[in-house]
Design a binder for this molecule. Structure first.
Ligand code: SAH
Ligand code: F3S
Length: 443
């Protein structure tokens, strides 16, 4: 009988992607997936350790799974992801009933590890960080049929920002080869994918080999992808301001398929804090990137990551962040209170700001950005937007929906099935939870 797997995923898009790889790899090995934990023979938890809270969740979840195992002793429990890479064996000491610990770079070994457990009933751990990207070498044929699909182009990070655990858990930067990325996108595009999001901790640090063994940079990769006819829109996440060079900026002039929306983490608006964070750029340099892109794309929108209450952040530093937020008119943010992480430089810094004050600052920042997002939406009224059509409403099957370059979902009517097409829609009504448009043309 086929064994059933249940996977739970926390954290970033890279983790979501990793879980997809786990799913595909296990399906290839004749396992089936179940959404119900109680039904499973193997429970897999793909964890996140970016902030302490994310990490604490692990033992709560394992506690719940322990109860299932008490009734079903043969159940295998596997823990992977960044907490596994960071804590390793320590997890087993606190949760003795777990069977497997694997890391972000050993997830392709999971079928083997499961087999070892089934045969010998021993604990298996492998959180190595091999330099080769093995996990992508799986057959993708006919698996993914999403109109919008994310694919990983590189992973790991060499930047060691003083607050960040990622270089410690995901290892150093490694890039996939050009060929494997392009062939995966071709395969996806033959299966209906129209929009590609390139994933990586620092996508603009991409240096992959092409078919002649020469290193290609991120701009080269984007140019190649843009030549694939069926791919109508290209996005990427996350890029780092330090490597956002002229060549990448110029892509916004050169490549119309590149969406006019960029997530470019800045973390703080204060040079003093950026220095302490080891971000290796100034606010002036950040603003210059934005300015240059705006020259080519006046309607470009930006989003960012912010850390509030970093050690040393004063009221005046926070106000600088707020001023930057207003100046760039960020549409959206991932913003959190600073959380000290093991092994990171900043975990030794003294932090004098009270939690109450940090919460207050975070609240001000988030409200401001939320408001700005609303204004961006309001200003879309009566404009024409390029919409990638993703589906139709089940109850009214002539009502289709799709997303704009700035990630808004628009609903509009069409007499023909236009799923997968990039169409122009005029925005007619903006409600709190729904934006309605009128199909302008089908191209
Ligand atoms: N590579 C990306 C970000 C990766 S981590 C970059 O260059 O910015 C994703 C986000 O998590 C970061 O941008 C940061 O805002 C947040 N983050 C990372 N470590 C954190 C910490 N210790 N406390 C709070 N937020 C953190
Ligand atoms: Fe983290 Fe900085 Fe790298 S935020 S992922 S160390 S660029």
């Amino acid at each position: 009988m086929n064994k059933k797997i249940h996977i739970k995923t926390w954290g970033c898009q890279m983790n979501e992607y990793d879980s997809l790889i786990i799913t595909r790899t296990l399906q290839k090995n004749k396992y089936t997936i179940t959404k119900i934990a109680e039904e499973a023979d193997i429970l897999i938890l793909n964890t996140c350790s970016i902030r302490e809270k994310a990490q604490e969740k692990l033992f709560h979840q394992l506690g719940r799974w322990k109860k299932i195992k008490e009734k079903k002793p043969k159940l295998i429990i596997a823990v992977g992801g960044c907490v596994a890479a960071q804590e390793g064996k320590k997890i087993k000491l606190r949760a003795k009933y777990i069977d497997i610990i694997f890391g972000p770079r050993t997830l392709n070994l999971l079928p083997n590890m499961i087999q070892q457990i089934s045969q010998k009933n021993n604990f298996v751990i492998n959180i190595d960080s091999p330099k080769i990207i093995k996990k992508f070498n799986i057959n993708l044929k006919n698996i993914n049929k999403g109109i919008k699909t994310s694919i990983s182009i590189m992973e790991g990070c060499n930047k060691y920002c003083s607050f960040c655990i990622v270089p410690h858990t995901r290892g150093t930067e490694i890039s996939r080869s050009h060929d494997s990325i392009i062939s995966e996108i071709l395969e996806l595009s033959h299966n209906g994918t129209k929009e590609i999001t390139l994933l990586g901790q620092n996508v603009n640090a991409y240096r992959g080999k092409n078919e002649y063994g020469e290193k290609c940079n991120f701009a080269n990769l984007i140019r190649y992808i843009s030549l694939i006819k069926e791919i109508k829109r290209i996005r990427f996440i996350t890029s780092h301001p330090v490597e956002f060079n002229e060549e990448i900026i110029n892509l916004y002039k050169e490549i119309p398929k590149l969406a006019s929306f960029l997530h470019l983490p800045v973390q703080s608006g204060s040079d003093k804090i950026l220095k302490l964070m080891k971000r290796r750029h100034t606010i002036k340099e950040y603003k210059n990137i934005i300015k240059k892109i705006l020259k080519f794309r006046p309607n470009m929108q930006f989003s960012s990551d912010f850390i509030i209450g970093f050690p040393g952040e004063t009221e005046s530093d926070f106000n600088k962040t707020l001023n930057l937020v207003k100046e760039i008119k960020f549409d959206f943010s991932f913003s959190f209170i600073y959380s000290p992480r093991p092994e990171t430089l900043a975990s030794n810094f003294v932090n004098n700001t009270t939690l109450k004050e940090k919460k207050n600052r975070l609240n001000i920042l988030q409200k401001q950005i939320l408001n700005q997002g609303r204004i961006w939406t309001k200003n879309m009224l009566n404009t024409k937007q390029k919409v990638l059509v993703e589906g139709y409403t089940k109850q009214k099957n002539n009502e289709f929906f799709g997303t704009t370059e700035n990630n808004r979902t628009i609903y509009f009517n069409s007499d023909y099935n236009i799923i997968g097409k990039l169409v122009t829609v005029k925005i007619k009504n903006i409600y709190k939870n729904k934006i309605l448009g009128k199909l302008y043309n089908k191209k």
